[in-house]
Ligand binder design. Structure first.
Ligand code: SF4
Length: 383
């Protein structure tokens, strides 16, 4: 039986800004998910028997904060009424941060909403890519939002998309986070997804540049305990490398329905959340059905699901056979394999070489340089 761990809900495809590397095709559409559609989703999810003790819900894939707070008050109340008493639901928003104000902070705090803010480091890096529709930088508004979160003591992390320029400046990036009181950071590298072709991936020596950046950033964080408490890439690599040998690795991205995504119209997809909204005739745009017309528990019988599953699993098997990092990766991200290699039935990508291989190398290199107990103590800052 599938187990839904993460539900990605698109309340609207609309985004109030226009980042250069955005892959979302409908970000100009102001459509909003209907209350009935949300009801059908959560009713079916809880009735499916596919949910364990805890369900994470991420409101994402458009800018969630363009909708009014009352929309979420109502939605959260409805979800609370629908959920079985024993299931804990944890909500989070992935936001560009430009619309955060006092009222949103009070709402986040009262509802314990987890917040991820997209900011690409100091203004000179951020404003190269994260622009308004008029082409102006959004840094000032995003950092104002982050400062408000801090003032209201709302816990948050940031996601920074690294460019070759910011990767060449780990000290400047580190100083920026520390000066702004940003303690939890996640690094993404601009990816090829859908029609978007990553410029970073074309850079010669990008893997060595990424390794050097992460290595120096980690060194700076270890030298200033308590400033940066979480670096996702390091933390994840450590967790996988030092896990007990009998603990299986679970890659949610290749497990059917572990990540279930719904767009504003009620269309359902699974595996990589980015697949929702991409066009692809071979897999019928990765849409398995619609929550307003179909039963969630029937979607695994759809021919396009069977095709996706079979191809994704074939790609995982190729990874298992060929890749020495398989035990810490579990077969990577289907959306990146499709974008970079043209097929789910494939293995290595630039994306995985950066985010899995080089991050793992870095932690293994550090473990080799110091005795394990010291390495673990040094990494304790990661929380
Ligand atoms: S690191 Fe890349 S090639 Fe290796 S298992 Fe992961 S996705 Fe496959």
């Amino acid at each position: 039986m599938p187990r839904i761990e993460l539900l990605v809900v698109q309340p609207t495809p609309f985004c109030n800004i226009d980042c250069r590397y955005c892959y979302l095709p409908d970000r100009n559409s102001k459509a909003v998910v209907a209350r009935k559609t949300l009801h059908n989703l959560f009713y079916q999810v809880f009735a499916s028997g596919w949910v364990g003790d805890c369900l994470s819900v991420v409101w994402h894939a458009g800018e969630p904060m363009v909708l009014p707070i009352d929309f979420y008050r109502d939605a959260f109340r409805m979800i609370d009424r629908l959920k079985p008493a024993e299931v804990a639901v944890a909500h989070s928003f992935q936001t560009n941060g430009t619309l955060i104000d006092e009222a949103w902070c009070a709402f986040f705090a009262s509802q314990r909403v987890g917040i991820g803010v997209s900011i690409d480091g100091p203004k000179r890096f951020h404003d190269r890519h994260r622009l308004t529709r008029a082409g102006r930088g959004t840094f000032d508004r995003t950092i104002a939002g982050i400062r408000l979160l801090r003032r209201h003591e709302v816990p948050f992390h940031v996601i920074s998309v690294l460019s070759p320029a910011s990767m060449a400046a780990p000290d400047e990036m580190f100083d920026f986070y520390v000066e702004e009181g940003i303690e939890q950071v996640c690094f993404n590298v601009e990816e090829s997804e859908g029609d978007h072709v990553s410029q970073s991936f074309r850079e010669a020596g990008i893997e060595a540049t990424y390794y050097r950046f992460l290595s120096e950033f980690w060194r700076l964080a270890a030298a200033a305990p308590g400033k940066i408490t979480f670096i996702r890439e390091i933390e994840h690599a450590i967790q996988q490398i030092i896990r007990p040998s009998d603990a299986p690795f679970c890659n949610q991205l290749v497990e059917p329905f572990a990540i279930t995504s719904m767009d504003w119209a009620g269309n359902i997809s699974t595996f990589s959340p980015e697949l929702l909204g991409l066009k692809n005739s071979a897999y019928e745009n990765f849409l398995l059905g619609n929550i307003n017309r179909d039963l969630l528990v029937d979607l695994s019988r759809r021919p396009n699901f069977t095709r996706m599953l079979s191809d994704i699993q074939a790609g995982v098997e190729m990874c298992r056979e060929r890749c020495e990092y398989f035990s810490v990766c579990g077969g990577g991200e289907p959306v990146n394999k499709l974008a970079e290699n043209g097929s789910f039935v494939s293995s290595e990508t630039t994306y995985c070489r950066l985010t899995k291989m080089r991050a793992t190398d870095l932690v293994l290199d550090a473990l080799e340089r110091v005795r394990p107990s010291e390495a673990l103590r040094e990494s304790a800052f990661c929380g």
